[in-house]
Design a protein around this ligand. Structure first.
Ligand code: C2O
Ligand code: CU
Length: 492
């Protein structure tokens, strides 16, 4: 758990406390140029990491911790991040959800040469837009991300947070294939936010996609896909997860980041509702109260919990097997340390679940000044356990790029012909989610990942291209990405 205290520790470590108090009048102001950048050092190296007592693995970590150290910045603050590669293989860092200049995007082979063992590379960019962002390796993701190279990047708004809270914590969810436990059942065929079919995410289904020999070096199920057997919150599996201590009456902001390779999680806090305030870091017009929060790989949600039910409770995942694999943590009220929490309830029965259509997004994206174009992308592959995943029948790098100019509005319709959900992520700029599964949303949310539901699910997203360069648009499940489900949006 990265409690406020830990944030402060991290802040001292990185000099965040000295962060500029400059207030940006608007996103377009380049005030950052007038201040020297703040330098942060990250070292990628192998570590021995204890996920839980008896579950010690060889991991890859930034600065020796899993997840890596949380970076906190003010919106518009200029960051200079020096990556030292102490691994025995190349690596890079991608700043997920940040509108960085293209050469800073961290995609090996596209925006930069991979950083070789022993080398350093300096990333420099203005931290924007505000919100819960994250950073992770963009080299051999199916190994390096699975082994721990991921961390939070929280950009605080230049203006005071419009949603007040008393305490905050960042929760990084991750899945691991360690060979130390029972693999979780394969229930990943569903989706997170679209949810055209109720219960879709519990519907079982596709084993597709994984082939032997390309796994992360952990245990493989049936020799074809990594056998995920440990689920962590901030690098620890229960009972090693750090409890979150709260006081009655407090409002607690949880920034939830799903760094998992394969799994959608459906989070609940027993005894409490979750008020969703941000989708992938972007603020909603009003908070949306739900009982449980589905979160697909690479998605982030900020939720506010009102601590109005004193006791000790589990925050946990309701997906089958995830609690047993470690995905739970205690939330304990002051003076309730000795209370026994009720056991996590499985299933999501009659609960109100978050879905994209519940959110009303704010119009924070630029206004289109150019042409409007439509693109249709059909996602296929994974048939009969194949590791080939395609967009319009082609595998990256043979997929057709999407070309546009700055100011153009690009509407992308995604259709999923496969048995698995695909959390599609766009680099360099966020988009609005206009529709999913044939349902149009009145006031689309702003995101940088859209989970396209399995079995003929669909989604429509719209971006206004404002950041020049070649930007990856890809499935965030690393095995699917490696299998070819990648396209490039070229903003000229
Ligand atoms: Cu979060 Cu291409 O990545
Ligand atoms: Cu996918």
């Amino acid at each position: 758990m990265r409690t406020r205290r830990n944030f402060l520790l991290a802040a001292m470590r990185f000099g965040v406390g000295a962060a500029s108090t400059r207030v940006l009048a608007s996103r377009s102001v380049e005030a950052a140029d007038t201040q020297p950048p703040r330098t942060i050092h990250l070292e990628a190296r192998e570590v021995t990491w204890e996920l839980a007592p008896g579950k010690t693995i060889k991991a890859m970590a930034y600065n020796g911790v899993v997840p890596g150290p949380a970076i906190r910045a003010r919106e518009g603050e200029r960051l200079r991040i020096v990556l030292k590669n102490s691994l025995s293989e190349p690596t890079t860092i991608h700043w997920h959800g940040v509108d960085v200049p293209n050469p800073m995007d961290g995609v090996a082979g596209v925006t930069q040469r991979a950083v070789q063992p022993g080398e350093t590379f300096t990333y420099e960019f203005d931290a924007r837009p505000a919100g819960t962002r994250w950073y992770h390796t963009h080299f051999d993701e199916h190994r390096q991300m699975d082994l721990g190279l991921a961390a939070p990047l929280v950009i605080e708004p230049g203006r005071a947070a419009p949603i007040a809270y008393d305490r905050e914590a960042t929760l990084v969810l991750d899945d691991w294939a360690t060979g130390t436990g029972t693999p979780v059942p394969d229930t990943d065929a569903g989706t997170a936010g679209g949810r055209g079919r109720a219960g879709g995410m519990m519907g079982g289904g596709g084993m597709g996609g994984m082939t032997g020999g390309r796994g992360m070096g952990g245990m493989m199920r049936d020799g074809v896909e990594p056998a995920y057997d440990v689920m962590t919150i901030n690098g620890k599996a229960y009972p090693a997860t750090a409890p979150l201590r709260v006081k009655r009456g407090e409002r607690v902001c949880l920034r939830i980041i799903n760094a998992s390779a394969e799994h959608t999680h459906v989070l609940r806090l027993a005894g409490h509702r979750l008020a969703v305030t941000h989708t992938d870091g972007n603020q909603l017009e009003t908070a949306v109260e739900v009982d449980a929060l589905p979160i697909a790989p690479a998605e982030r949600y900020d939720v506010v919990v009102t601590a109005n039910h004193p006791g000790a409770w589990f925050l946990h995942c309701t997906q089958p097997g995830h609690v047993d694999a470690g995905e739970r943590m205690l939330v304990v009220y002051e003076d309730h340390a000795r209370v026994t929490p009720p056991a996590p309830e499985p299933g999501i029965g009659s609960l109100r679940l978050w879905e994209y259509g519940l959110g009303r997004g704010r119009s924070v994206l630029p206004i289109a000044t150019g042409e409007t174009r439509g693109v249709m992308l059909t996602l296929s592959g994974g048939m009969m356990g194949s590791d080939v995943w395609t967009i319009n029948g082609k595998r990256y790098p043979d997929t057709d790029p999407i070309r546009c100019r700055k100011g153009d509005r690009v509407r992308i319709t995604l259709r999923n012909n496969t048995m698995e959900a695909h959390p599609m992520h766009l680099h360099g700029q966020s988009f609005r989610v206009l529709a999913a599964n044939g349902v149009r949303y009145e006031q689309p949310t702003v995101k940088d990942v859209v989970d396209v539901e399995a079995h003929m699910g669909s989604a429509v997203v719209e971006l206004v291209a404002h950041n020049g360069g070649d930007w990856l648009f890809h499935c965030h499940k690393p095995m699917h990405m490696m299998g070819g489900m990648v396209s490039v949006v070229k903003v000229g």
